[in-house]
Design a protein around this ligand. Structure first.
Ligand code: C5P
Length: 401
C-alpha cells in the first residue's frame, strides 16, 4: 500500500529524530515518497543535509521561505500529501496541535491540512504522564489524529517508562495501516450535517439547535473505513472532521445545491436538521423597528433534500440513501411511514423524548428501519452508533457491488 503514496513528514525536536532517518529509508524502500519538514528544534538533532539526502526531496524548514512559497504555498504543501506524519512528536508539538497554534511551518501545515495526521510521540516519561499531555492526547484523538506509540523502556534521559518513540518499523506499519484500503476504499459517500440558517434579513436568521455531532461522527467513521467523504454542513457548533471534503453552506437551498453538485455517490447519509421553512419575504436590508407595526414574516417551504435525492434516477441516485428520524412517540411506526414517504432506503430512527436524555447527550439508542424490517440497536455512545452505521453501509455496498 505504500508504493506511490506521498508522506509529508514533520520532524520535531527530540533525540528520537535520528530514528526518523531510518523511517525515511524504510518508506522510500517500499516505494513511498517523503517530503520532509524539519522544525527548528528538529534541526538540533539531525542535519538538514542528511534528511534531504535520504528523502531525495526538497527539505522545507521555514514558513517565510519565499522561494518555496512561490513554487508551492504551505496550503498546497499540506494537501499534496496522502498522510501527514509527525515524528518525533514532542510534548510541545502535541500542545500546539491541540491548541491550534500556527506559528511556524510545521504547525501551519498541521492546521492547513485536509489529510489525516499520524503522530509518533516521544518525550520524557514524566512529560508523557503529565496531565496536560494526557489532556492534549485526548483532544487530538477526538480530532481524528492517529497515534503510534510511545513505547516503554529505558530513555536517553536515564529514566524508565513510557515515552520512547515507537520503533521505525512500527511507525512504517502504522503509516501503512493509515493508508490501507478499508472496506469503503474507492467509495464516495455524501453526508449532510448540522442545522441550516434561514435569513430574515442580512443580520437575522431562523435556526435550530442541531450541533452536528452525530453527522460529524458518521463522516469520521466512514472516512476511517476508507471512504472519500463529501461533508455538506450547515453552521454546526462542532468542527468538521479532518480528512473529508467539507462543503460549508447556510441555507436549505444552498445545501440542496451542494448535495446535487457532490453527486454521484455510492451512498448518501442525510443527518442535517434542515429547516422546513424559509422566510419568503426576507428583506435585502436590515429591518428597522417601526412604531406601531410588528413585522410579518411569510414562510415558504424548503426543498426536502432527502426526498429529492431519493427520487432521482440512477446514476444520480446513490444506490443507498439513508435518512434520519427523530421522534418523541410511536418512533418505529412514524419512521416506517417516513421511509415510505421520502423514498429512502434506510431510516435511522431515535426517540428524542426528554426522559431518554438523548437530545444533547453523548449517547443514542437507534432503530435501523430497512426494507427487511426493524433492528433495535443497544444504547451506545454516538461515535459507536456512527461506527456501527458505517460498518453496515460498508457491508451493504460490499454485498451489492
Ligand atoms: O421530515 P423530517 O425533517 O422529520 O425528516 C428527517 C430526515 O429528512 C433527515 O434525514 C433530514 O436530514 C432530512 N431532511 C432533508 N431536507 C429537509 C428536511 C429533512 O433532507 N428539508
Amino acid at each position: 500500500m505504500l508504493a506511490t503514496r506521498r508522506i509529508l513528514l514533520i520532524i520535531g525536536g527530540g533525540i528520537a529524530a535520528y530514528k526518523v532517518l531510518e523511517v525515511i529509508r524504510l518508506l522510500r524502500g517500499q516505494g513511498a515518497s517523503v517530503v520532509p519538514v524539519l522544525t527548528r528544534a528538529g534541526a538540533q538533532f539531525v542535519t538538514p543535509l542528511s534528511v534531504a539526502a535520504l528523502a531525495g526531496s526538497t527539505l522545507h524548514q521555514d514558513l517565510f521561505d519565499l522561494t518555496a512559497e512561490a513554487e508551492m504555498g504551505h496550503i498546497q504543501l499540506s494537501r499534496a500529501a496522502d498522510l501527514v506524519v509527525v515524528a518525533p512528536c514532542t510534548a510541545d508539538l502535541m500542545a500546539k496541535m491541540a491548541g491550534g497554534h500556527a506559528d511556524d511551518l510545521a504547525t501551519t501545515l498541521l492546521m492547513a491540512t485536509d489529510k489525516r495526521v499520524l503522530i509518533a510521540p516521544a518525550m520524557n516519561v514524566r512529560m508523557w504522564d503529565h496531565p496536560a499531555t494526557q489532556r492534549n492526547l485526548v483532544m487530538l484523538a477526538g480530532d481524528g489524529v492517529l497515534v503510534v506509540g510511545p513505547d516503554s523502556g529505558d530513555m536517553a534521559c536515564g529514566e524508565h517508562g513510557p515515552g520512547r518513540m515507537a520503533e521505525p518499523r512500527a511507525i512504517v506499519a502504522a503509516i501503512d495501516a493509515a493508508l490501507s484500503a478499508g472496506p469503503l476504499a474507492g467509495r464516495h459517500v455524501l453526508v449532510t450535517s448540522g442545522p441550516t440558517h434561514e435569513p430574515i434579513d442580512p443580520v437575522r436568521y431562523i435556526a435550530n439547535r442541531s450541533s452536528g455531532a452525530q453527522g460529524t461522527a458518521i463522516a469520521a467513521a466512514l472516512r476511517d473505513l476508507g471512504a472519500r467523504v463529501s461533508f455538506v454542513t450547515g453552521p454546526a457548533s462542532v468542527s468538521p472532521p479532518h480528512g473529508v471534503q467539507v462543503i460549508a453552506v447556510e441555507t436549505a437551498r444552498e445545501m440542496l445545491d451542494a448535495v446535487q453538485d457532490a453527486l454521484p455517490a455510492d451512498a448518501a447519509v442525510f443527518c442535517a436538521a434542515v429547516a422546513d421553512w424559509r422566510v419568503a419575504n426576507a428583506a435585502g436590508r436590515k429591518m428597522k423597528k417601526q412604531d406601531n407595526a410588528l413585522p410579518v414574516l411569510e414562510f415558504a417551504e424548503n426543498p426536502d433534500i432527502l426526498a429529492t435525492v431519493s427520487a432521482l434516477h440512477q446514476p444520480q441516485r446513490p444506490p443507498l440513501v439513508v435518512g434520519f428520524a427523530a421522534e418523541t412517540h410511536d418512533v418505529i411506526a412514524h419512521a416506517q411511514a417516513k421511509r415510505a414517504r421520502k423514498g429512502c432506503d434506510w431510516i435511522v430512527a431515535n426517540d428524542v423524548s426528554p426522559d431518554t436524555g438523548i437530545m444533547g447527550g453523548n449517547e443514542n439508542a437507534v432503530h435501523l428501519i430497512t426494507a427487511q424490517g426493524v433492528e433495535n440497536w443497544p444504547r451506545l455512545p454516538k461515535d459507536q452508533v456512527a461506527r456501527q452505521l458505517a460498518e453496515r453501509i460498508a457491508a451493504h455496498l460490499g454485498a451489492v457491488s
